[in-house]
Design a protein around this ligand. Structure first.
Ligand code: MLT
Length: 278
Protein backbone atom coordinates (compact mmCIF):
# COMPACT_ATOMS: atom_id res chain seq x y z
CA UNK A 1 0.00 0.00 0.00
CA UNK A 2 1.27 3.48 -0.87
CA UNK A 3 0.44 7.00 0.24
CA UNK A 4 1.06 9.34 -2.69
CA UNK A 5 0.69 12.97 -3.66
CA UNK A 6 -0.79 13.84 -7.06
CA UNK A 7 0.38 17.25 -8.17
CA UNK A 8 -2.64 18.40 -10.16
CA UNK A 9 -2.87 21.69 -12.07
CA UNK A 10 -4.13 23.80 -9.18
CA UNK A 11 -3.46 21.80 -6.02
CA UNK A 12 -1.97 18.70 -4.43
CA UNK A 13 -4.09 15.67 -3.65
CA UNK A 14 -3.02 12.93 -1.25
CA UNK A 15 -4.29 9.45 -1.96
CA UNK A 16 -3.72 5.86 -0.93
CA UNK A 17 -3.26 3.11 -3.46
CA UNK A 18 -3.05 -0.68 -3.25
CA UNK A 19 -3.24 -3.71 -5.54
CA UNK A 20 -3.44 -3.97 -9.30
CA UNK A 21 -6.09 -4.86 -11.83
CA UNK A 22 -9.73 -3.82 -11.94
CA UNK A 23 -10.22 -0.37 -10.44
CA UNK A 24 -12.16 0.67 -7.37
CA UNK A 25 -12.24 4.21 -6.03
CA UNK A 26 -13.02 4.69 -2.32
CA UNK A 27 -14.57 7.99 -1.14
CA UNK A 28 -14.48 8.70 2.57
CA UNK A 29 -17.02 10.11 5.02
CA UNK A 30 -17.15 13.49 6.75
CA UNK A 31 -14.98 14.61 8.54
CA UNK A 32 -12.40 11.88 7.97
CA UNK A 33 -9.74 11.12 5.36
CA UNK A 34 -8.65 8.35 3.01
CA UNK A 35 -7.21 6.53 6.04
CA UNK A 36 -10.77 5.41 6.71
CA UNK A 37 -10.24 2.88 3.89
CA UNK A 38 -7.02 1.31 5.22
CA UNK A 39 -8.77 -1.95 6.25
CA UNK A 40 -10.26 -2.33 2.77
CA UNK A 41 -7.07 -1.40 0.88
CA UNK A 42 -5.14 -3.91 3.00
CA UNK A 43 -7.53 -6.70 2.06
CA UNK A 44 -8.49 -6.02 -1.55
CA UNK A 45 -9.54 -9.12 -3.41
CA UNK A 46 -6.92 -10.41 -5.87
CA UNK A 47 -7.07 -8.68 -9.26
CA UNK A 48 -8.36 -5.37 -7.90
CA UNK A 49 -6.63 -1.98 -7.65
CA UNK A 50 -7.90 0.47 -5.03
CA UNK A 51 -7.39 4.22 -4.90
CA UNK A 52 -8.66 6.37 -2.01
CA UNK A 53 -8.19 10.16 -2.12
CA UNK A 54 -8.35 12.62 0.73
CA UNK A 55 -11.21 14.84 -0.40
CA UNK A 56 -10.33 18.50 -0.99
CA UNK A 57 -9.32 20.26 2.23
CA UNK A 58 -9.31 17.06 4.32
CA UNK A 59 -6.40 14.78 5.26
CA UNK A 60 -3.38 15.81 3.21
CA UNK A 61 -5.24 17.38 0.25
CA UNK A 62 -5.15 21.12 -0.31
CA UNK A 63 -8.40 23.09 -0.15
CA UNK A 64 -7.25 24.93 -3.30
CA UNK A 65 -9.26 27.55 -5.06
CA UNK A 66 -12.36 26.84 -7.09
CA UNK A 67 -13.44 29.13 -9.95
CA UNK A 68 -16.23 30.71 -7.92
CA UNK A 69 -14.58 30.31 -4.50
CA UNK A 70 -17.11 27.67 -3.36
CA UNK A 71 -16.63 23.99 -2.64
CA UNK A 72 -19.68 21.88 -3.46
CA UNK A 73 -20.39 18.18 -3.66
CA UNK A 74 -19.92 18.65 -7.41
CA UNK A 75 -16.44 20.04 -6.76
CA UNK A 76 -15.49 16.86 -4.90
CA UNK A 77 -16.94 14.80 -7.78
CA UNK A 78 -14.95 16.64 -10.45
CA UNK A 79 -11.87 16.36 -8.22
CA UNK A 80 -12.37 12.59 -8.03
CA UNK A 81 -12.77 12.35 -11.80
CA UNK A 82 -9.64 14.47 -12.26
CA UNK A 83 -7.65 12.22 -9.93
CA UNK A 84 -8.92 9.12 -11.75
CA UNK A 85 -7.57 10.55 -15.01
CA UNK A 86 -4.27 11.38 -13.31
CA UNK A 87 -3.80 7.83 -12.02
CA UNK A 88 -4.90 6.34 -15.37
CA UNK A 89 -8.14 4.98 -14.04
CA UNK A 90 -10.61 6.00 -16.75
CA UNK A 91 -13.43 4.04 -15.16
CA UNK A 92 -13.94 2.52 -11.73
CA UNK A 93 -16.33 0.93 -9.30
CA UNK A 94 -17.03 3.83 -6.94
CA UNK A 95 -17.44 2.98 -3.25
CA UNK A 96 -18.64 5.95 -1.20
CA UNK A 97 -19.48 5.94 2.48
CA UNK A 98 -21.86 8.64 3.71
CA UNK A 99 -20.51 11.94 2.28
CA UNK A 100 -18.52 9.73 -0.09
CA UNK A 101 -21.86 8.39 -1.32
CA UNK A 102 -23.14 11.93 -1.91
CA UNK A 103 -20.01 12.48 -4.04
CA UNK A 104 -20.61 9.21 -5.90
CA UNK A 105 -24.10 10.43 -6.87
CA UNK A 106 -22.58 13.66 -8.20
CA UNK A 107 -20.04 11.65 -10.21
CA UNK A 108 -22.94 9.71 -11.72
CA UNK A 109 -24.56 12.97 -12.76
CA UNK A 110 -21.33 14.32 -14.24
CA UNK A 111 -19.86 11.25 -15.94
CA UNK A 112 -22.01 8.09 -15.60
CA UNK A 113 -19.91 6.28 -18.21
CA UNK A 114 -16.93 6.36 -15.83
CA UNK A 115 -18.74 4.51 -13.05
CA UNK A 116 -18.79 0.76 -13.71
CA UNK A 117 -20.31 -0.20 -10.38
CA UNK A 118 -21.47 1.48 -7.22
CA UNK A 119 -21.12 0.73 -3.52
CA UNK A 120 -23.36 2.96 -1.39
CA UNK A 121 -22.30 2.48 2.21
CA UNK A 122 -24.09 4.16 5.13
CA UNK A 123 -25.39 6.92 2.89
CA UNK A 124 -28.67 8.26 1.55
CA UNK A 125 -29.99 9.82 -1.64
CA UNK A 126 -32.14 12.53 -0.09
CA UNK A 127 -31.00 16.11 0.46
CA UNK A 128 -30.85 17.77 3.88
CA UNK A 129 -34.17 18.64 5.50
CA UNK A 130 -34.72 22.16 6.88
CA UNK A 131 -33.79 20.81 10.30
CA UNK A 132 -30.69 19.15 8.86
CA UNK A 133 -29.61 22.41 7.21
CA UNK A 134 -29.99 24.22 10.51
CA UNK A 135 -27.77 21.56 12.10
CA UNK A 136 -25.13 22.24 9.44
CA UNK A 137 -25.23 25.94 10.30
CA UNK A 138 -24.67 25.07 13.96
CA UNK A 139 -21.72 22.89 12.95
CA UNK A 140 -20.27 25.77 10.91
CA UNK A 141 -20.51 28.03 13.95
CA UNK A 142 -18.92 25.34 16.15
CA UNK A 143 -15.95 24.74 13.86
CA UNK A 144 -15.38 28.49 13.41
CA UNK A 145 -15.45 29.09 17.17
CA UNK A 146 -13.77 25.99 18.56
CA UNK A 147 -12.02 24.16 15.70
CA UNK A 148 -11.70 20.49 14.77
CA UNK A 149 -11.49 19.09 18.31
CA UNK A 150 -15.01 20.33 19.06
CA UNK A 151 -16.26 18.77 15.83
CA UNK A 152 -14.66 15.47 16.85
CA UNK A 153 -16.37 15.57 20.25
CA UNK A 154 -19.72 16.31 18.60
CA UNK A 155 -19.41 13.74 15.82
CA UNK A 156 -17.89 10.70 17.56
CA UNK A 157 -21.08 9.49 19.26
CA UNK A 158 -22.94 9.84 15.95
CA UNK A 159 -20.32 8.20 13.76
CA UNK A 160 -19.56 5.16 15.90
CA UNK A 161 -22.08 2.57 16.97
CA UNK A 162 -22.80 1.65 20.54
CA UNK A 163 -20.87 -1.63 20.31
CA UNK A 164 -17.74 0.11 19.00
CA UNK A 165 -17.90 2.82 21.65
CA UNK A 166 -18.16 0.14 24.30
CA UNK A 167 -15.70 -2.44 22.97
CA UNK A 168 -13.16 -0.66 20.73
CA UNK A 169 -11.64 2.31 22.62
CA UNK A 170 -8.58 2.24 20.33
CA UNK A 171 -10.75 2.75 17.27
CA UNK A 172 -12.58 5.60 18.98
CA UNK A 173 -9.16 7.24 19.48
CA UNK A 174 -8.10 6.65 15.89
CA UNK A 175 -11.27 8.29 14.55
CA UNK A 176 -10.91 11.19 17.01
CA UNK A 177 -7.32 11.77 15.90
CA UNK A 178 -8.29 11.65 12.22
CA UNK A 179 -10.96 14.31 12.75
CA UNK A 180 -8.70 16.46 14.90
CA UNK A 181 -6.00 16.21 12.22
CA UNK A 182 -8.26 18.00 9.74
CA UNK A 183 -8.09 21.75 9.32
CA UNK A 184 -11.09 23.87 10.26
CA UNK A 185 -11.43 25.40 6.78
CA UNK A 186 -11.58 21.98 5.12
CA UNK A 187 -14.19 20.81 7.62
CA UNK A 188 -16.26 23.96 7.13
CA UNK A 189 -16.14 23.59 3.34
CA UNK A 190 -17.44 20.02 3.63
CA UNK A 191 -20.26 21.02 5.98
CA UNK A 192 -21.47 23.71 3.57
CA UNK A 193 -21.14 21.32 0.61
CA UNK A 194 -23.29 18.70 2.35
CA UNK A 195 -25.85 21.30 3.45
CA UNK A 196 -26.29 22.55 -0.11
CA UNK A 197 -26.17 19.21 -1.94
CA UNK A 198 -29.01 18.36 -4.30
CA UNK A 199 -31.47 15.54 -3.80
CA UNK A 200 -30.35 12.43 -5.68
CA UNK A 201 -33.50 10.35 -5.25
CA UNK A 202 -34.48 10.67 -8.93
CA UNK A 203 -31.14 9.21 -9.94
CA UNK A 204 -31.83 5.90 -8.20
CA UNK A 205 -34.30 4.63 -10.81
CA UNK A 206 -31.88 5.40 -13.63
CA UNK A 207 -28.81 3.56 -12.32
CA UNK A 208 -27.55 1.05 -14.85
CA UNK A 209 -24.41 -0.26 -13.16
CA UNK A 210 -24.37 -3.01 -10.53
CA UNK A 211 -25.01 -1.56 -7.07
CA UNK A 212 -24.25 -2.81 -3.59
CA UNK A 213 -25.82 -1.10 -0.58
CA UNK A 214 -24.12 -1.66 2.78
CA UNK A 215 -25.28 -0.39 6.15
CA UNK A 216 -24.16 -0.80 9.74
CA UNK A 217 -27.00 -2.22 11.82
CA UNK A 218 -26.35 0.44 14.52
CA UNK A 219 -26.03 3.38 12.09
CA UNK A 220 -28.06 6.29 13.49
CA UNK A 221 -27.02 8.84 10.81
CA UNK A 222 -28.03 7.08 7.60
CA UNK A 223 -29.37 3.82 8.91
CA UNK A 224 -31.07 0.66 7.69
CA UNK A 225 -34.30 2.50 6.77
CA UNK A 226 -32.48 4.81 4.35
CA UNK A 227 -30.56 1.85 2.94
CA UNK A 228 -33.78 -0.09 2.40
CA UNK A 229 -35.35 2.90 0.62
CA UNK A 230 -32.42 3.04 -1.82
CA UNK A 231 -32.53 -0.73 -2.24
CA UNK A 232 -36.15 -0.70 -3.30
CA UNK A 233 -35.55 2.19 -5.74
CA UNK A 234 -32.49 0.73 -7.52
CA UNK A 235 -33.30 -2.13 -9.88
CA UNK A 236 -31.23 -5.24 -9.18
CA UNK A 237 -29.35 -3.74 -6.23
CA UNK A 238 -27.92 -5.97 -3.52
CA UNK A 239 -28.23 -4.91 0.12
CA UNK A 240 -26.20 -6.19 3.06
CA UNK A 241 -26.20 -5.24 6.75
CA UNK A 242 -23.01 -5.16 8.80
CA UNK A 243 -23.51 -6.43 12.34
CA UNK A 244 -22.03 -4.71 15.42
CA UNK A 245 -21.28 -1.54 13.45
CA UNK A 246 -22.61 2.00 13.32
CA UNK A 247 -22.20 4.69 10.66
CA UNK A 248 -18.52 3.90 9.93
CA UNK A 249 -19.34 0.28 9.16
CA UNK A 250 -16.16 -0.36 7.15
CA UNK A 251 -13.96 0.63 10.10
CA UNK A 252 -16.08 -0.74 12.92
CA UNK A 253 -16.45 -4.24 11.51
CA UNK A 254 -13.92 -4.44 8.66
CA UNK A 255 -14.03 -8.23 8.56
CA UNK A 256 -17.76 -8.30 7.82
CA UNK A 257 -17.58 -5.27 5.50
CA UNK A 258 -14.69 -6.79 3.52
CA UNK A 259 -16.48 -10.12 3.21
CA UNK A 260 -19.54 -8.40 1.74
CA UNK A 261 -17.47 -6.20 -0.59
CA UNK A 262 -15.22 -9.03 -1.76
CA UNK A 263 -18.02 -11.42 -2.57
CA UNK A 264 -19.92 -8.73 -4.48
CA UNK A 265 -16.80 -7.69 -6.45
CA UNK A 266 -15.87 -11.29 -7.23
CA UNK A 267 -19.33 -12.66 -7.94
CA UNK A 268 -21.08 -9.87 -9.89
CA UNK A 269 -20.76 -10.98 -13.54
CA UNK A 270 -20.67 -7.44 -15.01
CA UNK A 271 -17.66 -6.58 -12.84
CA UNK A 272 -15.51 -9.43 -14.10
CA UNK A 273 -14.81 -7.62 -17.39
CA UNK A 274 -11.90 -5.18 -17.43
CA UNK A 275 -13.17 -1.65 -18.17
CA UNK A 276 -12.28 -0.24 -21.58
CA UNK A 277 -9.40 2.24 -21.86
CA UNK A 278 -10.14 6.01 -21.84
C1 MLT B 1 -20.69 11.57 6.93
O1 MLT B 1 -20.48 10.60 7.64
O2 MLT B 1 -20.11 11.72 5.85
C2 MLT B 1 -21.67 12.60 7.41
O3 MLT B 1 -21.98 12.35 8.74
C3 MLT B 1 -22.88 12.60 6.57
C4 MLT B 1 -23.84 13.68 6.91
O4 MLT B 1 -23.64 14.37 7.91
O5 MLT B 1 -24.81 13.85 6.15
Amino acid sequence: MFSKIARLATRDVRYLEAGSGRPILFLHAFPLSADQWLPQLAQLPPGWRGVAPDLRGLGGSDVGLTEDGRVTIDTYASDALELMAHVEMPQAVVCGLSMGGYVAFAMLRQAPQRVTGLVLADTKASADTTEGRAGRDRMLALVAAEGSAAVAADMLPKLLGETTRREQPDLVDVVRRTIEGNKADGIAAAVAAMRDRPDSTDLLGTLASPTLIVVGEEDRVTGPAEAAAMHSAIAGATMRTVARAGHLSNLENPKAFNAVLTSWLMETPALQVRPSPA
